[in-house]
Design a protein around this ligand. Structure first.
Ligand code: NAI
Ligand code: MG
Length: 488
């Protein structure tokens, strides 16, 4: 017998590191400064602020800070545009929406780069998720514009009037699309306020509006901070659509009580992602990673509480940690990046505070080794085990790449623990058993329940919450309803 010589090391290099693959920013041309987009014109304001790139803290442009008077003016312009816009046949309004959708597709790369630059999300997400979905929303609602009486038979739908729309910084262009597309399809005009840290794709969208030759005043964009948002709430609008924090959502609801203005609120969440012992484990691990590390965890429906059936907790957490070690944190514009920059210093401070609370309360933390860039705002993917239901990290929305793991033994226990939250936006269930999926979906108090997947969006599917996650639905036929008034 010949003895086979054993090699001391494998004949492959020890590590396969990715070469940098940065997307060029050349496709985006920014102005030094932007005004408010009102009535198809750019208006100057007395005050301005600087918007930066969270990956390196460098300034990108100066942006207008709209005052109460600026907002009142924008709403008045939207109101005067309402008369002729709402009188157009739905089939005519649809043409504009189709045009906007096509232009967004044509200019997708430009928008994706700008979204990642201003907001910090990985380019592969802005390119493959935000942009296709934003265009899809315009396509979808274009299709409804001339069919409103079929969407709501015998109810004589008509537009509400002027919609004030306030959006957050986690999906800037996509939230704009969620808000503007159904509003215009229904025959309303809008004044939209982007979030203060991410105004640039909304301002670039004004150029799409111009290209599409939308009549002036139908879409107006006013930039500014929370005071601009508050001014919009108080202005002469017929409806407010808000996506953001539960705290501001409650303040808006108090403000609007008794005014007769319509309101929809899409607020925070603390979703349960529930993994049963009969699931496809590797698939579940991918879903868990996608559920919490997608968009740095800046996602209202993020699967931030992982509930694992006790019998598989150990192998699952081991697999999860291995997978986390492969995630690449870094430049949002690099095509290989999985986790980009945290959106702002304020958000980073909030994440750090809650993670410290998790440590102090006694949870066990794991972060894979990764080198974070020196400039900019970063947070390593994090998982906490040994978490009790009462810990702040199990109760409060962290809105960062931080997962809290809890365990359960029976489906009843999973439901009870999952529903033990002030929120009710989304949930995930991982099991091979169809009847269990249906039973869980029936018992979970969440607006969206994903089965064997997570963070899936489609313009045809309504999205929205229960309890402190808000009310009203966006997407689907349901998403048209808040923008319509009915006689019957
Ligand atoms: P925020 O609720 O303050 O901001 C969202 C939008 O509301 C922004 O456009 C902001 O300018 C505007 N706004 C702020 N104060 C307002 C007021 N009084 N009246 C009208 N509009 C106002 O959210 P923020 O401070 O950026 O984030 C705080 C936390 O909120 C996050 O850590 C996260 O937990 C949660 N959040 C949830 C979001 C979701 O998608 N449901 C989105 C953003 C934040
Ligand atoms: Mg705030």
């Amino acid at each position: 017998m010949t003895s086979v010589e054993k090699k001391s090391s494998a004949p492959v290099p020890a590590g396969w590191t990715y070469a940098p693959a940065p997307e060029s920013t050349e496709i985006v041309s920014l102005r030094d400064r932007y005004g408010l987009y009102v009535g198809g014109k750019w208006l100057e304001t007395a005050e301005r602020f600087t918007t930066i790139a969270p990956r390196d803290e460098l300034p990108l442009a100066e942006v207008a800070q709209a005052s109460e008077a600026d907002v009142a003016n924008a709403v008045a312009v939207a109101r005067s545009a309402f008369e002729s816009w709402s009188a157009l046949p739905g089939s005519e309004r649809a043409k504009y929406l189709f045009r906007i959708a096509r232009i967004l597709q044509e200019r997708a790369r430009e928008f994706a780069v700008l979204e990642s630059l201003n907001g910090g999300k990985p380019i592969k997400e802005s390119r493959d998720v935000d942009l296709p979905l934003a265009a899809a929303h315009f396509f979808y609602y274009a299709g409804w514009a001339d069919k409103l009486e079929y969407a709501f038979p015998n109810r004589a739908p008509r537009p509400v009037g002027v919609a004030g729309q306030i959006i957050p910084w986690n999906f800037p262009l996509l939230m704009l699309a969620w808000k503007i597309a159904p509003a215009l399809a229904g025959g309303n005009t809008v004044v939209l306020k982007p979030a203060e840290t991410t105004p640039l794709t909304a301002l670039l969208f004004c150029d799409v509006v111009r290209q599409a030759e939308l009549p002036p005043g139908v879409v107006n964009i006013v930039t500014g901070d929370g005071s601009t948002g508050a001014a919009l709430v108080d202005a002469d609008v017929d409806k407010i659509a808000f996506t953001g924090s539960t705290e501001v959502g409650k303040a808006i609801q108090r403000r609007l009580a008794g005014t007769g203005k319509k309101l929809t609120l899409e607020l925070g969440g603390k979703a349960a992602n529930i993994v049963f012992d009969d699931c496809a484990l590797d698939q579940a691990v991918e879903g868990i990673v996608n559920g919490i590390y997608f968009n740095q965890g800046h996602v209202c429906c993020a699967g931030s509480r992982l509930f694992v059936q006790e019998s598989i907790a150990e192998p699952l957490i081991e697999k999860l940690k291995k997978r986390m070690a492969t995630l690449r944190v870094g430049d949002p514009l690099d095509k290989n990046t999985d986790i980009g920059a945290i959106n702002s210093k304020i958000q980073l401070d909030k994440i750090e505070e809650l993670v410290q609370a998790g440590r102090d309360e006694g949870a066990e933390i794991y972060q894979p080794p990764c080198r974070l860039p020196e400039k900019g705002y970063w947070f390593a993917p994090t998982v906490f085990t040994n978490v009790a239901q009462s810990y702040r990290i199990a109760q409060e929305e962290i809105f960062g790449p931080v997962l809290s793991v809890l365990t359960f033994r029976t489906p009843d226990e999973a439901v009870e623990k999952a529903n033990n939250t002030p929120y009710g936006l989304s949930a995930g269930v991982w099991t091979e058993k169809g009847s269990r999926i249906l039973w869980m979906a029936e018992h979970l108090r969440a607006g969206v329940v994903w089965a064997n997947t997570f963070n899936r969006f489609d313009p045809t599917s309504p999205f929205g919450g229960y309890k402190e996650s808000g009310f009203g639905r966006e997407g689907g036929r349901h998403g048209l309803e808040p923008y319509l008034a009915f006689d019957a």
